[in-house]
Design a protein around this ligand. Structure first.
Ligand SMILES: [Zn+2]
Length: 282
């Protein structure tokens, strides 16, 4: 065999080996430090006569398992069950990111911390006082104000909601993050205020996937903005959506409504346009 023939075989073997390696990385998604895998969890919660489905997200590589948002209170068991689908448990969580302090995002945080005290809890500095219960939750303040305008069954519901918010367990935050920080390599914090003042989203650079928390929701296969009674600053919210658009995401994962992967740019533009044109009083 000629030398060049040997070299070709070696080169060929090298290429096959390299492709196999890439394939393994693609299949497992966890075999290389720079590979991040993202999966959505689905939790269900009975609220009155309907069931609410929410989607915390896990982001993992070979050294970290990160959970983004923690569901309603008493959902640690559901989270653990969902993690098992991917070969993990609550004990494997290294970090929890809280996008904002709403009850459906922080509800099971203290329960998870008790189950696994080693995990690091991160959020923006603006959200800390509300999560740690140093200051009354903005959502509760908003609900109390809103209830003043209500009467009859609406007031009964509003009062029930405000009382429920008072029962949400507080939890300790270990570290704060700000816009542009990296949680791990390739996973960037994007400041997306509006729904709450310190709301953050996460951007996975490689997949160009945005984990939007409640900066956006999905309803009927299009993006939507939470109702005014759940969005503290609508104008800021729209600016955050423009910021998301500038990232040119290929996929957007929303806590309410899960994932959109097709026509993301057009749908984001349509959401902004709808806000500006619709007579609906946002
Ligand atoms: Zn929410």
């Amino acid at each position: 065999m000629t030398i060049s023939g040997c070299a070709m075989i070696y080169a060929g073997r090298y290429l096959i080996a390299e492709n196999m390696h890439n394939l393994t990385r693609r299949i497992n998604g966890v075999t290389n430090i720079d590979m991040i895998s993202i999966k959505t969890l689905t939790l269900s919660q009975q609220i009155g006569s309907h069931v609410s489905y929410i989607h915390p997200v896990i982001i993992f590589n070979e050294s970290d398992l990160i959970l983004c948002d923690t569901g309603y209170p008493n959902q640690a068991k559901q989270i653990d069950d969902q993690l098992k689908k991917y070969g993990f448990s609550v004990q494997d969580i290294t970090k929890i990111i809280i996008t904002h302090h709403d009850h459906d995002h922080t509800g099971s945080l203290s329960e998870l911390q008790k189950l696994n005290p080693r995990m690091t809890v991160l959020t923006s500095a603006e959200e800390v006082p509300f999560i740690e219960d140093q200051t009354q939750s903005l959502r509760l303040l908003q609900a109390e104000e809103y209830n003043k305008k209500l009467s009859g069954p609406e007031l009964v519901f509003g009062t029930h909601f405000a009382n429920y918010l008072r029962t949400i367990p507080s939890a300790k935050v270990n570290r704060t993050v700000k816009h542009g920080d990296f949680i791990i390599e390739g996973l960037k914090v994007i400041s997306t205020p509006g729904h709450t003042p310190g709301h953050i989203s996460l951007f996975c650079m490689e997949e160009k996937a945005l984990i939007a928390g409640d900066a956006l929701a999905i309803e009927n296969n299009r993006f939507d903005i939470a109702n005014p009674e759940f969005t503290l600053d609508m104008e800021e919210c729209i600016n955050s959506i423009k910021k998301i658009l500038d990232l040119n995401p290929k996929k957007v994962i929303c806590y309410h409504g899960e994932t959109i992967e097709d026509h993301v740019e057009a749908l984001l533009n349509e959401t902004i346009a709808r806000y500006h044109s619709e007579s609906r009083n946002f």
